[in-house]
Design a protein around this ligand. Structure first.
Ligand code: COA
Length: 295
């Protein structure tokens, strides 16, 4: 469910964004919200039919939209997507790298090509796009790149070895580019979504097996804010970083997950910890007094 944006509808007037993976899921909502706030949006993806539908949907909503079919693994496709965007909208000042591949697979069953495929799409694809966009972004007085990653690699995640590796590398790329391209006026940040309802990632990673509305949903127990994130939540973070509110922010990964990655099982409940902790203090005080009296 999306609620009204807290941002003014003209915060991105005269801006142009290119969003990879922009024709569905989180990417499409990012395109919609960018468009609703004044930005022209180009979407890049592999599936021509889905792209055509997405372009029509956004255009019908009054958004200046363009779709470009291409694969971020192919540098020539990346260059063509940038060129088409600039030809249509006259420039480019915002690149959102949302294209990603994922599937659950135990490490011992993951083939070398399965591992490579995810790194190629996520990590190499992000580099390919950043590299291809550089000369256009450099021309802009307000340029920024946002790389969509994840939180799995902050610790570790079952059956996500390939994704953890790819996303860790993207976060490293984000910080290095922020360091090197700051002097060209290009900000580079990341957004790390947690579980986001109604997305391919949520379905693929098992989230859809759970009832998102149920109060005893085991997934909700791992989220301090007790809510499953929405595509809108991620799009709002994008608006913040793209707008002038984000003008001093670069090299940051904005976690948007309701606190999910911080989750630890609660070993003691609040009542028990209160009495347990007091009893330990009391005991150590008594032992201290007994020791002193022996001295
Ligand atoms: N379990 C184990 N291995 C798998 C797999 C699975 N579920 N799905 C694919 N692979 C392996 C394949 O077997 C192949 O390896 P192999 O040659 O050793 O057999 C390798 O990954 C490449 O698969 P292929 O289907 O040829 O790649 P693709 O480029 O067509 O698709 C994927 C890439 C696999 C990542 C596909 O899921 C995809 O396109 N995803 C995009 C959408 C998406 O995942 N969104 C969620 C984002 S969170």
């Amino acid at each position: 469910m999306s609620i009204e944006s807290p941002f003014k509808s003209n915060i991105l007037d005269n801006q142009v964004a290119l969003v990879t993976g922009g024709s569905s899921g989180i990417g499409l909502e990012i395109c919609r919200q960018l468009g609703k706030h004044g930005c022209s949006v180009a979407m890049m993806g592999r599936r021509a039919e889905i792209l055509t539908l997405a372009e029509k949907m956004l255009t019908d909503e009054g958004i200046r939209a363009l779709s470009v079919q291409g694969d971020v693994r192919k540098p020539e496709d990346c260059i063509r997507a940038i060129k088409s965007t600039v030809e249509k909208f006259g420039g480019l000042n915002c690149l959102i790298n949302g294209a990603a591949g994922n599937f659950l697979c135990a490490a011992e069953n993951l083939s070398p090509n399965g591992f490579k495929t995810v790194l190629d799409i996520d990590t190499q694809g992000t580099f390919n796009m950043c590299r291809s966009a550089f000369s256009e972004l450099r021309k802009s007085s307000n340029a920024n790149i946002i790389n969509i990653t994840a939180t799995f690699h902050y610790a570790a995640m079952w059956y996500q070895l390939h994704v953890c590796t790819a996303k860790a590398a993207i976060d490293a790329l984000t910080r290095s580019l922020a360091l090197e391209w700051g002097e060209y006026g290009i900000r580079v940040n990341g957004i790390a979504p947690g579980p986001i309802a109604d997305t391919a990632g949520f379905s693929k990673l098992g989230g859809s097996l759970m009832d998102t509305d149920s109060s005893n949903n085991p997934l909700l127990e791992t989220i301090p804010l007790k809510r499953i994130g929405t595509k809108w939540d991620i799009a709002m973070s994008v608006l913040y970083l793209c707008s002038s509110a984000g003008q001093n922010i670069t090299g940051t990964i904005l976690v948007n997950d309701g606190g999910n990655w911080l989750h630890k099982p609660q070993i003691l409940d609040r009542e028990t910890v209160q009495s347990f902790s007091r009893s330990i203090e009391k005991k150590s005080r008594q032992e201290g007094i007994a020791t002193k009296s022996k001295l």
